[in-house]
Write a protein that binds this ligand. Structure first.
Ligand SMILES: Nc1nc2c(ncn2[C@@H]2O[C@H](COP(=O)(O)OP(=O)(O)O)[C@@H](O)[C@H]2O)c(=O)[nH]1
Ligand SMILES: [Mg+2]
Length: 258
């Protein structure tokens, strides 16, 4: 059968990695717009290892819930991306389930992708509004972001943001190097593959329920070697491919957007 010329609009799949977020998940889901940039939003919650009623609350709020074994945030985002790609989306977005990020910002993240202007959009808290952030987290974010910007050559302003959007191609190509988290390795990986980077300002408020999984020691132990490995791969590729040109393109794109 030939494909009809126009079907229903492809969805924006918005997923939330969640572990023990029963206090916030329903409110976060309820705050999301039903459509962005003319496309329906399909909410998905990736819950691995919750010991509370996160999954039940998410399902009651209308999300598709994926439950996997407890493996970590990086693994949950990997699952979210694969699930989203299977929906033939126009764009994929994800953010925390703890209320730190505003679902109302979804439109700003997804629009550059729907318009074909970017492949990987990161919501920058430091370009937007921060309601409250612990001083040690603020310092850690600054230091790690500066390091990431220097290593990639792209003027990244928020390397640890928890609100991001990807084109279907970027979502399909993204590999997350470890199960622990995704923040830096996902960016290095997508830049290495030549995807166009873009930042938009977003608002951020510190979580009022539950606790962050981030602990400084384990964080650095996982993230530093993984970023180092990704950069080594990028440098190896640089000699024979267009990695430098890709980084320049990403840099130009980021500069044009600020
Ligand atoms: N599925 C899943 N989600 C997780 C895991 N660890 C953290 N999360 C969720 O991922 C998001 C980010 O984690 P969070 O602890 O808020 O990190 P922070 O924002 O950097 O402090 C939140 O929605 C968490 O509930 C995990 O192991 N599995
Ligand atoms: Mg959080």
């Amino acid at each position: 059968m030939p494909t009809p010329p126009s079907g229903p609009p492809r969805p924006v799949v918005w997923f939330l990695p969640a572990r023990d977020e029963e206090a916030t998940i329903a409110t976060v889901l309820a705050r999301a717009p039903g459509r962005v940039a003319g496309h329906p939003v399909v909410p998905v919650v990736v819950d691995d290892g919750s010991r509370d009623a996160t999954a039940r609350a998410a399902a009651a709020a209308g999300a598709t819930v994926i439950r996997t074994g407890a493996r970590g945030l990086g693994a949950a985002v990997r699952t979210g991306l694969a699930t989203a790609v299977a929906h033939d989306p126009v764009a994929v977005a994800f953010c925390d389930a703890d209320g730190e990020y505003a679902p109302e910002d979804l439109d700003a993240l997804v629009t550059p992708i729907v318009r074909g202007e970017a492949d990987y959009v990161v919501g920058s808290r430091f370009l937007g509004a921060i309601d409250r952030m612990h001083p040690h987290r603020r310092l850690g974010n600054r230091v790690l972001t500066r390091a990431l910007a220097r290593l990639t050559g792209v003027p990244i302003t928020d390397g640890q943001s928890g609100f991001r959007a990807l084109s279907p191609a970027a979502a399909a190509a993204a590999e997350i190097a470890h199960d622990y988290n995704y923040a830096q390795v996902l960016t290095v990986e997508l830049l290495r593959k030549g995807f166009r980077y873009h930042e938009v300002p977003i608002s951020y408020s510190f979580r009022r329920h539950g606790r962050s999984f981030v602990r400084l020691g384990p964080y650095l132990r996982h993230v530093v070697p993984a970023v180092h490995r990704e950069l080594r791969r990028a440098r190896a590729a640089q000699s024979s491919t267009t990695c430098a040109a890709n980084a320049a393109r990403a840099r130009d794109h980021a500069a044009a957007s600020t």
